[in-house]
Design a protein around this ligand. Structure first.
Ligand code: ACO
Length: 311
């Protein structure tokens, strides 16, 4: 019987249709999805911190309102993604506990500091730009709830990216100091943004199986190349220099050649030794503990409501 279910599953994948939560699926498929979706959800939630630090210091009411909305969107993305993980049988409280105990990962990119307001613009331009490159193909991921969550997430990410670009183009039309601040932020975020796509294909243990299951649609290196090709003309239009002496157009390939990120840095950041890992997880843990009374009150309220409904 299980063999037959497995055949049905393989057939659904081969026909490029969606697997839904009620469908039978191999344990490995479920585990891989919970791993990726949980990491993705954690990234959205931890990702609120680097930019959130600027909400109280934004230079105008307009910039503050935009930043507030963006950071709030990231919270929303985290919540859709935790909900998608729940459809696979994961428990949200357990996932949060794993994050704050350091047993589950989140994106390396959110372990870098944001010392200037230009970082807010550069994160939205480069980091959200990289997220869009990575996530648009996930709208066609084989697991229905994940793919559907990605549609809305990508629409919101596009807004985020555009407002970042608009912020940077405003700063680039400003003073020499503002232009230098933007360039400094680009210099710091460029390589970490390339690392967001994960290790090179030869060192990516999960890619082959995730591609066979059509959870991932492209390899890490393919998406990284797409991001570079997309970003180079935007950098030229902004008037910033991308800090890679090997970056040049390759006529034969019809793509850009570019240098190699420092993979040992990615490894260090993923294993907890990045510039802000300790601070990010500590703040998440404190927020979770400080919010315990809210969860207790919400559960008590839900129990009261349920009891009233039964009366
Ligand atoms: N930061 C942290 N961990 C990473 C990163 C990264 N940039 N890249 C890879 N890893 C981890 C993988 O999660 C995996 O860990 P695990 O096996 O212990 O769980 C390990 O390194 C090996 O990498 P891969 O085999 O390449 O892993 P995978 O096939 O899952 O590909 C990728 C990694 C591309 C990040 C994939 O999981 C993905 O597309 N995830 C969805 C997008 C996402 O999470 N984005 C978050 C940042 S974007 C944002 O929030 C704005």
């Amino acid at each position: 019987f299980e063999l037959r279910l497995h055949e049905q599953f393989d057939d659904t994948i081969a026909r490029d249709q969606r697997i839904e939560p009620r469908d039978w699926m191999p344990d490995g498929y479920r585990r891989t999805l919970i791993r990726q979706i949980a990491q993705h959800a954690h990234s959205e939630i931890i990702g609120m911190q680097p930019e959130g630090e600027w909400i109280t210091r934004a230079p105008s009411l307009r910039r503050k309102a935009i930043l507030f909305a963006k950071v709030q969107d990231e919270a929303g993305h985290g919540l859709y993604l935790y909900s998608a993980a729940e459809t696979l049988g994961a428990d949200r409280a357990d996932l949060t506990q794993r994050l704050i105990d350091g047993r589950q990962k989140y994106s390396s990119i959110f372990n870098y500091p944001t010392p200037t307001f230009a970082d807010v613009g550069v994160i939205a331009w480069l980091v959200d730009g990289a997220a869009i490159c990575n996530q648009v193909p996930l709208c066609r991921s084989s697991f229905g709830p994940y793919a559907r969550a990605m549609v809305r997430v990508c629409k919101e990410e596009s807004f985020h990216q555009r407002q970042g670009y608009e912020l940077l183009s405003t700063m680039m039309r400003g003073t020499d100091h503002q232009r230098a601040t933007v360039q400094d932020a680009v210099d710091r975020w460029w390589w970490p943004s390339l690392m967001m796509f994960g290790p090179p294909d030869g060192d990516s243990p999960n890619s082959e199986q995730s591609m066979a299951w059509r959870i991932k649609r492209h390899t890490n290196d393919e998406l990284r190349q797409r991001f570079v090709d997309m970003t180079v003309p935007q950098a030229a239009a902004l008037g910033v220099t991308l800090p890679d002496p090997e970056l040049r157009w390759n006529e034969e390939r019809g793509r850009h050649d570019f240098g190699t990120p420092d993979w040992s840095e990615l490894h260090r950041v993923i294993t907890g030794d990045g510039p802000c890992n300790t601070e990010r997880v500590a703040r998440r843990r404190a927020a979770h503990e400080d919010g315990a009374w809210v969860r207790e009150a919400a559960s008590a309220h839900a129990a009261t409501q349920a009891a009233r409904a039964r009366e």
